[in-house]
Design a protein around this ligand. Structure first.
Ligand code: FES
Length: 120
Protein backbone atom coordinates (compact mmCIF):
# COMPACT_ATOMS: atom_id res chain seq x y z
CA UNK A 1 0.00 0.00 0.00
CA UNK A 2 1.21 3.49 -0.81
CA UNK A 3 1.02 6.19 1.78
CA UNK A 4 1.39 9.91 1.12
CA UNK A 5 3.65 11.67 3.57
CA UNK A 6 5.14 15.13 3.83
CA UNK A 7 8.84 15.48 4.37
CA UNK A 8 9.97 18.85 5.72
CA UNK A 9 13.17 20.45 4.48
CA UNK A 10 14.79 23.43 6.12
CA UNK A 11 15.56 26.08 3.51
CA UNK A 12 16.53 29.04 5.71
CA UNK A 13 18.10 29.11 9.15
CA UNK A 14 15.81 31.98 10.11
CA UNK A 15 13.09 34.22 8.75
CA UNK A 16 15.66 37.01 8.56
CA UNK A 17 17.90 34.90 6.34
CA UNK A 18 14.94 34.40 3.99
CA UNK A 19 14.24 38.14 4.01
CA UNK A 20 17.90 38.82 3.22
CA UNK A 21 17.88 36.43 0.26
CA UNK A 22 14.45 37.20 -1.23
CA UNK A 23 13.35 40.83 -1.56
CA UNK A 24 9.62 41.37 -1.07
CA UNK A 25 7.59 40.54 -4.22
CA UNK A 26 10.51 38.57 -5.68
CA UNK A 27 11.44 34.90 -5.98
CA UNK A 28 14.51 32.72 -6.13
CA UNK A 29 15.24 29.10 -6.90
CA UNK A 30 15.75 26.64 -4.07
CA UNK A 31 17.53 23.34 -4.58
CA UNK A 32 16.28 20.42 -2.48
CA UNK A 33 17.99 17.19 -3.37
CA UNK A 34 17.98 17.10 -7.16
CA UNK A 35 14.82 19.22 -7.56
CA UNK A 36 14.59 22.95 -8.02
CA UNK A 37 11.67 24.82 -6.46
CA UNK A 38 10.54 28.42 -6.72
CA UNK A 39 10.47 30.27 -3.41
CA UNK A 40 8.70 33.62 -3.38
CA UNK A 41 8.22 36.30 -0.78
CA UNK A 42 5.03 38.35 -0.77
CA UNK A 43 3.87 40.72 1.98
CA UNK A 44 6.31 39.18 4.44
CA UNK A 45 5.28 35.57 3.79
CA UNK A 46 7.11 32.83 1.92
CA UNK A 47 5.54 30.60 -0.74
CA UNK A 48 6.93 27.54 -2.47
CA UNK A 49 5.91 26.34 -5.93
CA UNK A 50 7.13 24.09 -8.69
CA UNK A 51 9.75 25.96 -10.63
CA UNK A 52 8.50 24.98 -14.10
CA UNK A 53 5.89 27.16 -15.78
CA UNK A 54 3.19 24.99 -17.39
CA UNK A 55 2.94 27.31 -20.41
CA UNK A 56 6.31 26.76 -22.08
CA UNK A 57 8.54 25.54 -19.28
CA UNK A 58 10.25 28.70 -18.12
CA UNK A 59 11.66 28.73 -14.61
CA UNK A 60 9.24 30.63 -12.36
CA UNK A 61 12.07 31.64 -10.05
CA UNK A 62 13.07 35.17 -10.88
CA UNK A 63 9.43 36.05 -11.47
CA UNK A 64 7.88 38.98 -9.62
CA UNK A 65 4.78 38.87 -7.46
CA UNK A 66 1.96 41.14 -8.54
CA UNK A 67 -0.45 43.10 -6.31
CA UNK A 68 -2.98 40.23 -6.42
CA UNK A 69 -0.70 37.70 -4.74
CA UNK A 70 0.33 35.89 -7.91
CA UNK A 71 3.77 35.20 -9.29
CA UNK A 72 4.28 36.26 -12.89
CA UNK A 73 6.33 33.99 -15.09
CA UNK A 74 9.43 35.82 -16.33
CA UNK A 75 8.88 34.78 -19.98
CA UNK A 76 5.28 35.69 -20.88
CA UNK A 77 3.97 37.08 -17.57
CA UNK A 78 1.32 34.40 -16.95
CA UNK A 79 0.28 34.88 -13.30
CA UNK A 80 -0.11 31.96 -10.90
CA UNK A 81 -1.68 32.34 -7.47
CA UNK A 82 0.97 31.92 -4.79
CA UNK A 83 -1.38 29.99 -2.48
CA UNK A 84 -3.17 27.70 -4.93
CA UNK A 85 -0.88 27.67 -7.96
CA UNK A 86 -3.86 28.40 -10.22
CA UNK A 87 -3.58 30.53 -13.35
CA UNK A 88 -5.38 33.70 -12.29
CA UNK A 89 -6.64 34.99 -15.65
CA UNK A 90 -9.02 32.12 -16.37
CA UNK A 91 -9.08 28.37 -16.69
CA UNK A 92 -5.80 26.79 -17.52
CA UNK A 93 -2.83 25.01 -16.15
CA UNK A 94 -1.61 25.44 -12.64
CA UNK A 95 1.60 24.83 -10.79
CA UNK A 96 1.93 22.71 -7.68
CA UNK A 97 2.35 24.55 -4.42
CA UNK A 98 4.04 23.34 -1.26
CA UNK A 99 3.40 24.22 2.37
CA UNK A 100 5.88 26.53 4.07
CA UNK A 101 6.29 26.60 7.83
CA UNK A 102 8.00 29.15 9.99
CA UNK A 103 9.53 27.35 12.98
CA UNK A 104 11.73 28.47 15.84
CA UNK A 105 14.81 27.10 14.09
CA UNK A 106 14.10 28.19 10.53
CA UNK A 107 11.85 28.11 7.48
CA UNK A 108 10.75 24.75 6.08
CA UNK A 109 9.16 23.51 2.87
CA UNK A 110 6.97 20.41 2.97
CA UNK A 111 7.38 18.08 0.01
CA UNK A 112 4.81 15.35 -0.58
CA UNK A 113 6.26 11.92 -0.95
CA UNK A 114 4.74 8.56 -1.65
CA UNK A 115 6.12 5.75 0.49
CA UNK A 116 5.67 2.09 -0.01
CA UNK A 117 4.57 0.59 3.29
CA UNK A 118 3.59 -2.94 4.07
CA UNK A 119 1.86 -2.08 7.32
CA UNK A 120 0.37 1.09 8.72
S1 FES B 1 6.66 30.10 -20.23
FE1 FES B 1 5.69 30.93 -18.50
S2 FES B 1 4.17 32.23 -19.32
FE2 FES B 1 5.12 31.36 -21.02
Amino acid sequence: MFKKTIIWYKVFESEQQGFDLIPDNASIEILIGDRIFCMARYKGNFYALDNRCPHQGAPLSGGKCNENGAIECPWHKYPFDLKTGRFTLGPGDCVETYPVEKRADGIYIGIKDWCWKLFF
